[in-house]
Each structure stands twice: as structure tokens, then as C-alpha cells.
Design a protein around this ligand. Structure first.
Ligand SMILES: C[S@@+](CC[C@H](N)C(=O)[O-])C[C@H]1O[C@@H](n2cnc3c(N)ncnc32)[C@H](O)[C@@H]1O
Length: 323
């Protein structure tokens, strides 16, 4: 008997061109406080460092969400129905397995900004699920106007999946805009949205500043990425990393703090950092069940229910497009 290796999934590359990246960095460095879009953290090295963060003892989110998906997949699929799974910010695509097994979808489409990582993740997943046709789309999903014309997507009911609490990287207004956009991209299909919830600040700060220093390395890699891709000359050793819970905003703020007064060149332009000045690398907003319901409503979604882990640390929210 011969066994056939499944074909590698196709990858459609819609990564923003470097001129757009330059403009985004210039805009971000003009903000107060300075802040770049969180997707800049995810070049190939950044994606691999994020996978290491997921294995740290302090970062329980990934383990908890996978366990919840494993225990609830049949129930979830019974509720949200079938179609083509469209996963936003799929990363290593390690969470969708239980849904693929319970749903047997027509296809699986993974969107992510990190092209090489996406290529690897979809190839690994394809080998594990040879019967499910798969497609990768490298893009910034916060700017995507429409899913590409592709036979795996066209005319099919779409089921959105956005785990990992990635929505927490966006401010509330940006999160509303993103959920609006997903409603359009899913053309009437439901969305399964994974959101982490507020908890003790000591737990949250440790989760984003692990003892092994992987979160700090992940943040500093942003500077290396700017050096490589935008001809910058940051010295990552001259920035301290910190993760601070900001109660009023229900978020953890991750930032690199300039240790000294220094001037850095980015794409030929000088930028001065005073000692102690932060560069925000990302936020992680934590949504209580009530906050998530309000957010969904403001973004044109009907909140239909949630599944949560036994400790009620995080939730998978079921949203349907409001009429
Ligand atoms: C917090 S990680 C979560 C990964 C995975 N979904 C999980 O739950 O473990 C965020 C993922 O979204 C991707 N990402 C971040 N911003 C994005 C954007 N604007 N458009 C597309 N992908 C993005 C990153 O490359 C990364 O893989």
C-alpha cells in the first residue's frame, strides 16, 4: 500500500509593502506614547519567540484555551454550524484541531501577517488533517477589504475563528472596527472569539514578563526587525522591557523603556528618545464577559453565548451577525 503526502497548502502573499511599513513606523513614532502596530512583533523570529512564550509556565492562556476547545468542540460546532473555517491571526495553528475534527469543514483558511511561519504551520496542519483542503493568506487582517477570490472560499458559508485573545492588542475603538471588518469578511457567518479575562495583576504581569526572559526577547526582537527591515540602528540593549497592568483600561501595557537619552535612525530619519521614554510594543486588553457582550453589540454582532474553562479565566464567545 502506498500513502500519499498531502500537497502543501497554497499561500497567497498580501503582506504590506515596505513603503507602508515605513509610513506606519513613522506614524507610530509620532504618537504619544510612541507605539507601533502589534503585528510588527511578528516577523519569522518573533513568531518563533511567541511560540516559546506559549510554553512558559506563567503563560497559561494557550494551554487553557486548547483544553477548552478540546472539551467543548462538539458542543461549539453543534451551536455555530459548519462551513469553511477562517482563522484570523492563526500563528502556529495549534488550536483549530478540535474544531476540524468535530466539524469536518469544507476547507480551512488561515490568515496571518507572518508569511514563513504561516507556510510552516499550514504545512504541519495539512499533514495532520490531509482531507481538509487548506489555504494560507499572509496579510494584515485589520486592513483587508475582502477575502481573495479563491475556489475554496467563494460561495461557502464562513465560520470565523479568532483565538489567543489577539483582539486585546487593539484599543476598544480599533477592536470595534476590526470586529466590523470581520463581519464583512465572513459575509454573514458566525465568529468564535477567544478572549482572556481580567485576573490578579501579579498573574497578568508575570504572564507577560516570564522569568526566562522570553517575553522581553520577543519585545526586543521588534527593534532587531526594524534594524533589518527598515534600515534602523536601534541598540536593543539600551531598552528595558516592562509589562504593567493598567487597571483603568483593563489591560497589560508592554513597553521598551529607553535607558538613556539616545538618537536612533529609522529609514534615514532621526528619532530622539529621552531616558525613561517608553515605546509601547503591545497592549493586551482583558475582557470580562460583560465587556465582551458590549463590545460585540457595538461592532454589529449578536452575542449568543460563551464557553469558559473551569476557573473562568478565559472565554470562547459565540457571535452571530446582527440583522
Ligand atoms: C497572540 S498571537 C496568537 C496566535 C494564535 N492564534 C494563538 O492563539 O496562539 C497573534 C497572531 O496573530 C498574528 N497577527 C498579529 N496581528 C496581525 C494582523 N494585523 N493581521 C494578521 N495577523 C496578525 C501574529 O502573527 C500571530 O501569529
Amino acid at each position: 500500500m502506498t500513502t500519499q503526502t498531502p500537497a502543501r497548502p497554497q499561500l497567497i502573499d498580501l503582506h504590506p509593502p515596505s513603503a507602508d511599513m515605513r509610513r506606519l513606523v513613522q506614524d507610530g513614532l509620532k504618537r504619544e506614547p510612541r507605539q507601533l502596530p502589534a503585528w510588527f512583533l511578528y516577523d519569522n523570529e518573533g513568531s518563533q519567540l511567541f511560540d516559546q512564550i506559549c510554553q512558559q509556565p506563567e503563560y497559561s492562556l494557550t494551554r487553557t484555551e486548547i483544553a477548552l476547545l478540546e472539551s467543548s468542540a462538539a458542543d461549539i460546532v453543534n451551536a455555530i454550524g459548519s462551513g469553511v473555517i477562517v482563522e484570523f491571526g492563526a500563528g502556529s495553528a495549534r488550536k483549530v484541531g478540535p474544531l476540524l475534527e468535530a466539524m469536518h469543514p469544507h476547507a480551512y483558511v488561515a490568515l496571518d501577517i507572518s508569511a514563513e511561519h504561516l507556510r510552516r504551520s499550514t504545512a504541519t496542519l495539512q499533514a495532520q488533517h490531509p482531507r481538509v483542503p487548506m489555504l494560507g493568506i499572509c496579510c494584515d487582517h485589520s486592513q483587508l477589504e475582502a477575502l481573495p477570490d479563491h475556489p475554496l472560499i467563494q460561495g461557502e458559508r464562513k465560520v470565523g475563528f479568532f483565538p489567543g485573545s489577539s483582539l486585546g492588542n487593539f484599543t476598544r475603538d480599533e477592536a470595534v472596527a476590526l470586529l466590523h471588518r470581520f463581519r464583512v469578511l465572513l459575509s454573514g457567518g458566525p465568529l468564535l472569539l477567544g478572549l482572556d479575562q481580567p485576573k490578579a495583576s501579579s498573574r497578568l504581569e508575570a504572564a507577560y514578563d516570564d522569568a526566562a526572559g522570553i517575553s522581553a526577547a520577543f519585545a526586543r526582537n521588534l527593534l532587531r526587525r526594524l534594524n533589518k527591515d527598515l534600515d534602523a540602528d536601534f541598540n536593543p540593549d539600551k531598552f528595558l522591557y516592562e509589562a504593567v497592568w493598567q487597571e483603568a483600561e483593563s489591560r497589560v501595557r508592554m513597553a521598551l523603556i529607553s535607558e538613556v537619552h539616545q538618537t536612533v535612525s529609522v529609514a534615514g530619519e532621526p528619532w530622539t528618545f529621552s531616558a525613561g521614554q517608553p515605546l509601547v510594543t503591545e497592549y493586551s486588553v482583558k475582557y470580562s464577559a460583560e465587556m465582551a457582550r458590549e463590545l460585540a453589540k457595538d461592532a454589529g454582532w449578536r452575542w449568543c453565548g460563551r464557553w469558559h474553562d473551569p476557573a473562568d479565566d478565559l472565554s470562547l464567545h459565540w457571535l452571530e451577525a446582527a440583522d
